[in-house]
Every structure is written in structure tokens, then in C-alpha cells.
Design a protein. Sequence first.
Length: 79
Amino acid sequence: MRLAPVVLFALLAVPALAQEKQQSMTTSGGSMGQLVSEGYEIKAAVPNGKSFVVFLQKDSTAYACQVTNVSRSACQKID
């Protein structure tokens, strides 16, 4: 049940991330808010120091997003 608060945090961050997409764009994935709006589902989230790594998946494509606060994320496609 420890994962539930982390997933809740990630879900609460999605609207703020969508608004801040210009700041959080990366070359390979965009923001976590963009990925969620495209139908990607949050599968897991783990703490990583002062940030969280959130794993998203849709069909056979997956992304890992490092979330440092509610308005900043960096996502990369997992090969």
C-alpha cells in the first residue's frame, strides 16, 4: 500500500504538468501530462532521492518520467 500515495501524487501532478509543458519538454517524450492525455497509464512510481520515477505504458510502448515537483517532469522512452 506504500505505492498508493505516490500514485496519488503523480495523478494530482498531471494537470499542473500539462500546463507547464513548455518548460518540461524533452527530446524523446514530452511531459508526463502529455503522455497521460495521450492514453498512457501510470503503472508504477518509485522514490529516487528528492524526486520520483513514474513509469507509464500504453500498448507495447513505455516511458519513464522523473518528477522533481508538481510542475516539472522529464520523460524518456524505454527501449
